[in-house]
Design a protein around this ligand. Structure first.
Ligand SMILES: Nc1ncnc2c1ncn2[C@@H]1O[C@H](COP(=O)(O)OP(=O)(O)OP(=O)(O)O)[C@@H](O)[C@H]1O
Length: 579
């Protein structure tokens, strides 16, 4: 009888249908009691040779059976509705929470584990809440009622029923802690296996390239074997639990029957009373038996409760306390003012006193050696983290004063990791703006340098992409993501290595086209290859988390320093390739 607070909280979301399902479950149980009473009267009549009322009694039994069938169907439907309400509300809440947690949380969590919690964990909660909980309430109320009736008819039978009932309900509680820990063990293994499989599937090209497919298969087999062991261990405890319940039920029923027969033989009870006790003794345990059955359906939910609670209550890396909307009348100016930042657990700061301004409606490039902190700057701008010192302002206001959703909607981002969905090209583009016309799609795709290729596909914009855009080249994927960002029509556009999969000559053209298409937006371009950013209005050079220089291409090149070294390194690399 594990009632985790998370499960109680889940149940509160569907109180009315759950209450109705519980009452209907109670009504179904009462039909069993009514049937037992009618049969007891009929059997007692038969024993006395009185058959006059028999047809009526049998007709009443049939009516009760029919009523039960109807009530059971109604109950099942109501419980399913309650379960669906819990499931939908819980998934919505968890997805919203994941959205708020943002990439900072996902960097530390495994996608497969989160998927398992969201899908299987929530399904388990549904079974627990819609099936186990109503049955639990019925089990706690109906048997005492039956005992009261038995006490009125044949008190001595209580000597068999009460201890057995107490044993059936309280005995398995001794296992609760073990049951909970085995359930958790099983859930953790299950979650880990799900995460491993997802990772192996997504990383198959890398595994194949590294010749590691066989090793991964062996590891997955070991994980599967561990899951099998955890399942058996869990079942063993669960079966011991069920075994005790069954033993108590059978012992209690037999003892009550013997005591009722003894009363009948000694003549201290009427025939009707004896039959009633015999039949009620079995009915007294029916809810307990049903509870044991529903427990197996709800056990997964009870095991997943910790994981769900952890996800639901995980704290985002930043607080969403701002209220300002990000509807700037003009593209906003962006300022980094003395920004300091160190990742959790890192020994050295990633950004040290970064100060620069990206002018409104202009293109600012951020360049620097690998690891200099370019992507971290973008992560701070989008408030995946907040600076430890200094501040970032957009349109003259600190980013923390904007509502997070509004801020992120105001900044369209294309990063080096694009995500395309298993849907048509048009659907993928319209993610950014569902009401965009076909002409607007084509215009954005043209600016991103991908329209001609789309038009050359037999189905054009109706071409269905493989999962994660697997049926496109890396460059095509990036350019589609660029088109999507342009369609979003946000006043600030961030291109974080957005064209790294495009060949160098094409990259410079695309960035130029994009900046034209961005038409007065405030654009930030992070790029390794300097050809792509040499025409930017302003270039910020980062080195080791500090701003090394700010200026235009020619001036930066002329003054030597890190920028000139980067340009030089680019030349050397190209010459090396050409040689
Ligand atoms: N989530 C993280 N947790 C801890 N350290 C991180 C995290 N992300 C980045 N870092 C560290 O912060 C530093 C800056 O990384 P960042 O990705 O911002 O550099 P970058 O200039 O964008 O590099 P690149 O050009 O290679 O993409 C690196 O030393 C990196 O190891």
């Amino acid at each position: 009888m594990i009632v985790h607070p998370e499960l109680r909280r889940a149940a509160r979301r569907a109180r009315p249908p759950l209450l109705a399902a519980t009452l209907l479950q109670g009504a179904v149980t009462l039909t069993h009691l009514a049937q037992a009473a009618l049969l007891a009267v009929a059997l007692a009549g038969l024993a006395r040779g009185d058959t006059a009322r028999l047809p009526w009694l049998l007709a009443a039994v049939l009516a009760v059976v029919a009523a039960r069938a109807g009530l059971a169907l109604w109950q099942r439907r109501t419980a399913t509705r309650a379960g669906a309400r819990v499931r939908v509300a819980l998934r919505d809440e968890l997805l919203a929470r994941l959205g708020r947690l943002g990439p900072a949380h996902l960097a530390g969590a495994r996608a497969g584990a989160v998927r398992t919690t969201l899908v299987d964990g929530v399904e388990g909660i549904d079974a627990y809440v819609s099936r186990y909980l109503p049955q639990l309430l019925v089990t706690l109320t109906v048997p005492p009622l039956v005992l009261a009736v038995v006490a009125a008819v044949e008190p001595v039978a209580l000597l068999g029923l009460v201890p057995a009932l107490l044993l059936a309900l309280a005995g398995p509680r001794a296992w609760d802690r073990l049951l909970a820990s085995r359930g958790k063990e099983h859930w953790d293994t299950y979650e880990g296996l799900g995460a491993d499989y997802l990772e192996a599937l997504q990383g198959m090209p890398a595994l194949r390239a590294a010749g590691a497919v066989g090793r991964t298969r062996t590891r997955l087999e070991q994980r599967s074997a561990a899951l099998h062991r955890a399942t058996v261990a869990k079942l063993r405890v669960s079966l011991a639990d069920t075994g005790i319940t069954d033993l108590a039920i059978q012992g209690g029923t037999a003892a009550a029957a013997l005591l009722a027969c003894w009363s009948a033989v000694t003549g201290s009870t009427s025939a009707t009373g004896t039959y009633l006790v015999l039949l009620l003794a079995s009915e007294c345990f029916r809810p307990v038996r049903d509870l044991a059955r529903e427990w197996h359906a709800g056990y997964l939910g009870a095991s997943a409760a910790d994981g769900l609670a952890a996800l639901r209550t995980a704290e985002p890396a930043v607080r969403d306390t701002g209220t300002a909307s990000a509807d700037w009348p003009e593209p906003p100016e962006l300022c980094f003012e003395n920004v300091e930042f160190t990742y959790d657990g890192a020994r050295t700061p990633t950004l040290r006193g970064v100060t620069f301004t990206a002018r409104a409606g202009r293109t600012t490039a951020i360049v620097g050696p690998s690891g200099s902190g370019k992507s971290t700057l973008m992560a701070l701008l989008l408030r995946h983290h907040d600076p430890d010192g200094g501040r970032i302002t957009l349109g003259g206001r600190c980013t923390t004063r904007y509502a997070l959703d509004a801020l992120r909607r105001g900044i369209a981002v294309v990063s080096q990791e694009t995500y395309l969905f298993h849907a048509t090209i048009a659907d993928n583009l319209r993610l950014a703006r569902p009401d965009a016309t076909d002409d607007e799609l084509a215009r954005a795709a043209r600016a991103a340098g991908v329209h001609d290729e789309i038009a050359a596909f037999p189905a054009g914009y109706a071409t269905v992409l493989g999962e994660r855009g697997a049926t496109l080249s890396g460059g095509q994927r990036q350019r589609l993501a660029l088109a999507r960002a342009l369609l979003a029509d946000a006043p600030v556009l961030v291109l974080d290595e957005a064209t790294s999969s495009v060949d160098e000559r094409r990259e410079a053209d695309i960035v130029r086209e994009l900046v034209n298409a961005a038409g007065g937006r405030t654009v930030l371009v992070v790029a390794h290859r300097l050809a792509a950013v040499r025409h930017a209005d302003r270039i910020v050079v980062l080195d080791g988390g500090r701003v090394d220089a700010v200026g235009e291409h020619a001036a930066l090149l002329g003054s030597g320093g890190v920028y000139a070294e980067l340009v030089e390194a680019g030349h050397d690399h190209r010459e090396g390739l050409a040689a």
